[in-house]
Structures are given as structure tokens and as C-alpha cells.
Design a protein around this ligand. Structure first.
Ligand SMILES: Nc1nc2c(ncn2[C@@H]2O[C@H](COP(=O)(O)OP(=O)(O)OP(=O)(O)O)[C@@H](O)[C@H]2O)c(=O)[nH]1
Ligand SMILES: [Zn+2]
Length: 192
């Protein structure tokens, strides 16, 4: 495979998978599938090619506010690292600014950068929280992710209605029960 681009190597591997599964990669419907699948998988893991610095792009602004900022219902599509099947859900992020606020869209970009990798939900939650903390220098950061895992729905235990909630509380959200409760109350209106 020497000399091939990443995409061609991946496409060859998908062609092999199709063969191993007993299908004919030359039949019309499957002819371009290895290439398409390779492209799709590269898209779904594009978070590996991004860095926090480049996605934030300097969009950190000075501000006197020290009140909680909450961004709710950021949709996320990730891929479980155990089965390479999707998990799909939403992410809520709150932080207590300390002299700096982050451009609104950047929260979604941070979620995507870590979601578009092979993940488990708990690690994704922590990585998002630590990235927000790092970029904003906030007094506290709280992240909750609620997601459904296709590896539990399409296969395995085949449970269609369970969802998983994971949270990470940093700084004031960890130390101060009132602050944590305020955040949980604000996002709880969304559930159900
Ligand atoms: N904690 C956690 N577990 C996950 C996540 N995604 C998938 N899993 C679990 O990872 C586990 C892998 O278990 P194994 O027994 O090694 O794999 P398996 O035989 O395919 O397991 P089953 O899914 O129970 O059939 C399963 O319990 C999955 O439900 C995640 O984001 N967080
Ligand atoms: Zn899984």
C-alpha cells in the first residue's frame, strides 16, 4: 500500500471488508462504496486533525460578567471506540467567566472536535470540560452529555429507549452545591 494516500488505503481496506463479509465489491451498487466509506470515516474522525488553538481562532473576549453562561442542546454525533458505532445526543455546557468569554460558536466546535474521534462518552465529557476551562480560564465549568448508543440499540442488548447521562464539574461547579444545582435546574427543563 506504499505511496497510496490515506483515502486509497482506507478504501482498499473497506473493499476487503466487503469481500470478507461475502459480498461482491464489483457489483454496481458497491463499486464506489469503498471510496465513499473511506471518505465518510475520515469525516467522522476529522477531530484528530484539529487543534483547540486553531478552532478557537482567538475568539476569546474580555468581559466583566461573572454570571453563569449556559449553552444548551448542542447536538453531537460521535463514535464509540468499542464498536465503531455511533452515539448520538446533546451536550450542555456552562461556565462562570473570570474576565474572559468565549465566542458562542466555539463551544459547538469544541464539542465536535472531540466528538469526531473514537470515544467513550465519559472521556468526551471530560475533554470538553477541560478544553473550555483551558480556553476561558473560567472559575468553573460544567458539562453534561446525554446520548443514545447505537451499539446498545442495533446490536448487543438491543435496548431502544435507554440513554446515558454523563457529567463533569470543574471549579465552582464541583465545590459549590448551589452553583451546581442552579446548572442542573436550568438544563432539567430540557429533559423528557
Ligand atoms: N461506559 C461506557 N461504555 C460504553 C460506551 N460505549 C460503549 N460502551 C460499552 O462498552 C462495553 C464493551 O463491552 P464488551 O463486553 O467488551 O463488548 P461486547 O461483547 O460487544 O458487549 P455488549 O455490548 O454487551 O454486547 C459495552 O458494555 C458497551 O455498552 C461509552 O461511551 N461509555
Ligand atoms: Zn459501543
Amino acid at each position: 500500500m506504499q505511496g497510496l494516500t490515506m483515502n486509497e488505503e482506507l478504501a482498499n481496506i473497506y473493499r476487503q471488508i466487503i469481500l470478507e463479509l461475502g459480498e461482491n465489491p464489483e457489483r454496481e451498487g458497491l463499486r464506489d462504496t469503498p471510496k465513499r466509506a473511506a471518505k465518510a470515516m475520515q469525516f467522522l474522525t476529522r477531530g484528530y486533525t484539529q487543534t483547540l488553538e486553531e478552532l478557537v481562532n482567538g475568539a476569546v473576549f474580555e468581559s466583566d460578567t461573572d454570571e453563569m453562561v449556559l449553552i444548551k442542546d448542542i447536538e453531537l454525533y460521535s463514535m464509540c471506540e468499542h464498536h465503531l458505532l455511533p452515539f448520538i445526543g446533546k451536550c450542555h455546557i456552562a461556565y462562570l467567566p473570570s474576565g474572559k468569554v468565549l465566542g458562542l460558536s466555539k463551544f459547538a466546535r469544541i464539542v465536535d472536535m472531540y466528538a469526531r474521534r473514537m470515544q467513550i462518552q465519559e472521556n468526551l465529557t471530560r475533554q470538553v470540560a477541560e478544553a473550555v476551562q483551558q480556553v476561558t480560564g473560567a472559575r468553573g465549568v460544567a458539562v453534561v452529555i446525554e446520548a443514545r448508543h447505537l451499539c446498545m440499540m442495533m446490536r448487543g442488548v438491543e435496548k431502544q429507549n435507554s440513554s446515558m447521562s454523563s457529567s463533569v464539574m470543574l471549579g465552582a461547579f464541583r465545590d459549590n452545591p448551589t452553583t451546581r444545582q442552579e446548572f442542573l435546574t436550568l438544563i432539567s427543563g430540557n429533559r423528557g
